[in-house]
Design a protein around this ligand. Structure first.
Ligand code: ZN
Length: 320
């Protein structure tokens, strides 16, 4: 894959020199900015958290993998777990595109930021910063986070060094959502109440167990297709991701997209194309249902690691 993402160094130019190393180190830590660094930076720059989030959007975009559009996009999500000072962690995310596959396989930056926070077991988000109002797919995807508590969204306000604020209810008026299907619709709440799939199996392959753990934390209220994916590189490092489905079906997140995004955030900007050649294994665990992730994962996997076969482990539906 070709890359044209801005470098982290370029993206950090907006920060005073004394803060660049701090933010750069924090951003390299899986694209997660700790609450302590958030507080320190906000106090040093005399800005609020959402102003900081907007300044971090270009840093997030440095993780973008955009060989099709040449248009790296970043997003920054704020978790809800606050420290004693009232600050929460920030999670970076960026887009990801797959040459040779249809555009519907693309991962959007907002989805990646949510996947990053979700993978850190955040039970919710309090706001999201983006470079421009989210696209229609992301509005529907974000609507699934919590239908009863709209997500605050901020984006730059043109020439003024300030920001516009809105929320998912205003961005998606008259939305079709979980309640239309008889569900509460709180995707990240599974972090507080994971599924009762078996959490350990004697003698089981460790990578299978990683995928199973990701499946336990998946969100599949409409089909029951609990699914998790685990990737292993040749050096033994492991990255996993959970499936998230959507009331409107198409804006969901496959477990492989989530795992790839989490891997990309952990390895750092620009690492992903080379890391694809180091991929050793890809495991999918899913509970049997009327749908399956298997063909989507096999098709996507073959686009960047043609010599890696998808290892597939269905679980009987009565394990849900
Ligand atoms: Zn989008």
């Amino acid at each position: 894959m070709q890359e044209n993402s801005p470098t982290t160094e370029t993206a950090l130019q907006d920060f005073p020199g004394r803060l660049r190393a701090t933010i750069g180190r924090a951003a390299g830590n899986g694209g997660i900015i700790s609450a302590a660094v958030v507080r320190h930076t906000c106090e040093a720059l005399e800005i609020d958290v959402e102003q900081l989030m907007l300044r971090l959007v270009p840093v997030a975009a440095a993780y973008g993998v955009a060989p099709v559009s040449r248009y790296p996009v970043g997003a920054v999500a704020r978790g809800t777990r606050e420290d004693s000072h009232g600050y929460a962690q920030l999670y970076l995310g960026a887009n990801m595109e797959f040459p040779g596959r249809a555009l519907c396989y693309s991962l959007h930056a907002e989805q990646a930021a949510v996947a990053n926070a979700w993978n850190s077991r955040e039970p919710g988000l309090s706001s999201l910063a983006v470079s421009a109002p989210p696209c229609g797919l992301c509005r529907q995807f974000l609507h699934e986070l919590s239908e009863s508590r709209p997500l605050r969204v901020v984006f730059p306000d043109g020439a003024r060094r300030d920001y516009c604020e809105t929320d998912t209810a205003a961005l998606l008026p008259g939305a079709f959502g979980p309640t239309d299907l008889g569900h509460k619709g709180n995707m990240m709440a599974v972090n507080d109440a994971p599924a009762t799939l078996p959490s350990a199996i004697d003698g089981a392959d460790p990578l299978f167990l990683d995928a199973l753990e990701a499946a336990r934390f998946s969100y599949a209220p409409y089909t029951g297709n609990r699914a998790g994916c685990a990737l292993q590189l040749e050096d033994g490092s492991v990255f996993s991701g959970s499936y998230a489905e959507n009331a409107a079906h198409n804006p969901g997140l496959s477990p492989l997209h989530a795992a790839l995004s989490n891997m990309r955030m952990a390895l750092g900007p620009g690492a992903l194309p080379a890391a694809f050649t180091k991929l050793a294994r890809c495991v999918l665990v899913e509970s049997t249902a009327d749908i399956s992730q298997r063909q989507l994962l096999a098709t996507l996997l073959s686009s960047f690691a043609a010599d890696v076969a998808l290892e597939y482990h269905p679980l009987r539906a009565d394990n849900n």
